[in-house]
Design a protein around this ligand. Structure first.
Ligand SMILES: [Zn+2]
Length: 326
């Protein structure tokens, strides 16, 4: 893959290629946008394009014209970056949801040498908002005095969770959810017919989400716990990740309840369970649904600050029972 092969982000990709064409490479970037829309893929392919040994081959696959600043996707450098084995390329991601200072030290170390083979040393920090305070402080020093010939790409779906001091030192590059048609093209290699329709709808412009988890399975997993909550069942989440997944789905479902009230089923996401949701929404006023959405959204936001799992389960369950069961 190369930058021009990325589906549904053509403006952003054109901007990245334009910066390369003008030789205006910033020392640090912040790739922002929801998860599952191609930010990390773009970051890796940006690193490939920066260091490609054979730029300039025709890369036209979708009528965008050859771009001699894109990667060739086949030279030794491109292949090494794809395989994670390029000496001038480092990708860091959270372990147990945290990026610790040790990871930042690795980055400092990697950036302290001149490039071995490439033009640029490139570091990608995925889910950069997961840096803890000491990691963020240490990292700030690197950002303030960027080593020459280095490019740091922070990838995040929650830019607001990064300290201002870090955000303000990066060139921001925004990515957006994909239009349905682009989503369909991405998901078409995995789903067909009705399954494809459902995957496109459930992914809400984030086809990466449909690639990593089966979305219907994910939704059904959520529903099982949701019903369990309504029956005052015990904490069923096994990890913080579970909590995150559950709240993502809960917000989609509550939004569907509102959509049913306002616009009917046409614009729902969970179309295939509309009978169940209609039953649920029947006795609810719109303002109660909006209140619920706000409360769940608040809880989800607070997950960043280490909410206790079983307390959150019990609190959420009692909130849902109070508002949904009469
Ligand atoms: Zn190449």
């Amino acid at each position: 893959m190369s930058l021009t092969n990325i589906i549904g982000q053509s403006k952003t990709i054109a901007m990245l290629l334009g910066m390369m064409r003008r030789g205006r490479i910033a020392s640090s970037y912040l790739f922002c946008g929801e998860s599952g829309i191609g930010k990390k893929t773009a970051a890796i392919n940006f690193a490939k394009a920066l260091n490609c040994l054979d730029r300039g081959r025709e890369t036209d696959t979708r009528g965008s014209g050859p771009d001699r600043f894109d990667s060739c996707d086949s030279c030794a450098s491109c292949r090494k970056i794809d395989a994670g084995g390029h000496p001038d390329f480092l990708a860091v991601a959270p372990e147990d949801r945290v990026i610790k200072i040790e990871e930042i030290r690795l980055i400092e170390d990697a950036l302290s040498y001149k490039p071995f083979e490439g033009r640029w040393k490139v570091v990608i920090i995925d889910e950069a908002e997961a840096m803890n305070i000491s990691a963020a402080n240490a990292f700030l020093k690197t950002l303030e005095e960027p080593p020459p010939d280095s490019v740091i790409i922070l990838v995040t779906s929650k830019p607001g969770a990064l300290p201002d001091t870090i955000r303000s030192r990066c060139s921001r590059v925004n990515f957006f959810p994909l239009p349905n048609e682009a989503c369909r093209r991405v998901l078409g290699d995995r789903y067909q017919g009705d399954d494809l329709d459902l995957a496109v709808t459930l992914s809400m412009g984030r086809p990466g989400a449909a690639h990593t988890n089966d979305l219907r399975e994910e939704r059904d997993w959520f529903l099982e716990h949701f019903r369990n909550m309504l029956k005052a069942g015990k904490d069923g989440w096994t990890s913080r990740e579970d909590m995150d997944r559950w709240f993502d789905q809960a917000l989609i479902m509550v939004r569907d309840l509102a959509t049913l009230k306002i616009a009917g089923p046409g614009r729902m996401i969970n179309l295939d369970i509309q009978d169940y949701l209609r039953e649920l929404s029947k006795s609810l006023d719109l303002d109660v649904i909006i209140y619920l959405y706000g409360e769940l959204n608040l809880l989800k936001g607070q997950l960043l600050y280490n909410l206790n799992k079983s307390i959150t389960w019990n609190y959420t369950a009692s909130l849902l029972r109070k508002e949904l069961l009469h």
